[in-house]
Ligand binder design. Structure first.
Ligand code: SF4
Length: 327
């Protein structure tokens, strides 16, 4: 691991200024991903700014929105009474992620900013455009079993690993950001980006910006929700495919719907057209199958991940069935 300077500011502005002063400096909170990256030599930040002393850990409801501070721990959010009552889909997605030990260290801000788990990204002996722009993509012609079926480019086919983020994109969340130019709000759907020609950029954050909170508007999705995660073992594995499904039902008729997938793209993958196809229809397998067909339009597999072309629609159908059947 490289040598680095370590700062522990108590004021938000001091943290932002400390980041801006040093190129490639990093904020650290739970450190559950960043420390792995540093130990493997993937990242070598000259300065770490520990933000754990900033007052950003609250979970509160205000003006029809649930605001979750960026330093709230994943485990605490998943067990919070307001989250369970108002946004059970988020609680399910959080509990599907990592292990209990990691959920008690990892923060909400860190969860959404975690890096891809593409094995070529972590192996500094291999080419990777995300780690070293212009070096090539080891996964493109390599072992790409875990990789994307939507939104990839010829520069990068990695997927975003967060479960929490799949629920947040489905729930129309907003990210609150503070930076050298002041405060701003960003729709969660615009936080993460597709790789294009610059896969080294995971997000649309500007240099020096700090995520301070995420807000989720109150909605009708308090009961018929399901987060389905398909993975290779029952605990502590990243999704092969995941689905966040939320329905608002009037009897057996779908009044409103939210649908997003994880494990399939460089960002949490919202399925807006499939959602529209559900509205006004009966909550039946035929309706869900039609939505899954729409969701899969444009999907394309690589040598080792063609199984996702069947796993993804089957997961959508199953997640919607599970959501509809909550009594
Ligand atoms: Fe790197 Fe992306 Fe290629 Fe993986 S898929 S090797 S992260 S460029």
């Amino acid at each position: 691991m490289n040598q680095f300077q370590y700062l522990r500011p108590t004021k938000q502005q001091a943290a932002i200024e400390a980041l801006a002063r040093t190129p490639n400096a990093q904020f650290i909170a739970g450190g559950t991903n960043l420390l792995d990256l540093m130990k493997r030599g993937v990242l070598e930040p000259p300065r770490l700014i520990d933000i754990n002393r900033l007052p950003l850990g609250k979970i509160e409801r205000d003006n029809g929105r649930l605001r979750i501070g960026a330093l709230a721990l994943n485990g605490a959010v998943a067990e919070d009474k307001q989250v369970l009552e108002r946004q059970p889909l988020l609680a399910q997605a959080l509990n599907a992620g990592a292990s209990a030990q990691l959920r008690n260290m990892a923060t909400v801000g860190g969860n959404m900013l975690q890096r891809t788990r593409c094995s070529y990204f972590y192996d500094t002996a291999m080419p990777c455009n995300k780690r070293e722009p212009g070096s090539g993509c080891g996964a493109l012609e390599g072992y790409n079993r875990m990789h994307a079926i939507f939104g990839f480019s010829d520069k990068c086919i990695a997927v975003h690993p967060s479960d929490m983020s799949v629920a947040l994109v489905a729930l129309d969340a907003t990210v609150l950001i503070s930076g050298p130019k002041g405060d701003r709000r960003l729709p969660f759907a615009d936080l993460h980006r597709l790789p294009g020609d610059t896969p080294q950029k995971d997000t649309n954050l500007e240099p020096g910006e700090l995520i301070t909170a995420v807000e989720i508007p109150d909605g009708p999705f308090t009961k018929n929700v399901h987060y389905l995660k398909v993975r290779e073992r029952a605990s502590y594995a990243f999704a092969l495919v995941s689905v966040a499904a939320a329905l608002s039902l009037d009897g057996n008729t779908i009044k409103d719907a939210r649908l997003a997938m994880g494990g399939v793209a460089h960002k949490p993958w919202r399925l807006a057209e499939a959602e529209k196809s559900l509205i006004g229809k009966p909550a039946t397998e035929a309706t869900f199958r039609q939505a899954a067909d729409i969701a899969m339009q444009g999907a394309k597999a690589f040598k080792h991940n063609s199984y996702k072309l069947r796993m993804a629609p089957n997961s959508i159908i199953q997640a919607l069935k599970n959501a509809a059947s909550v009594a």
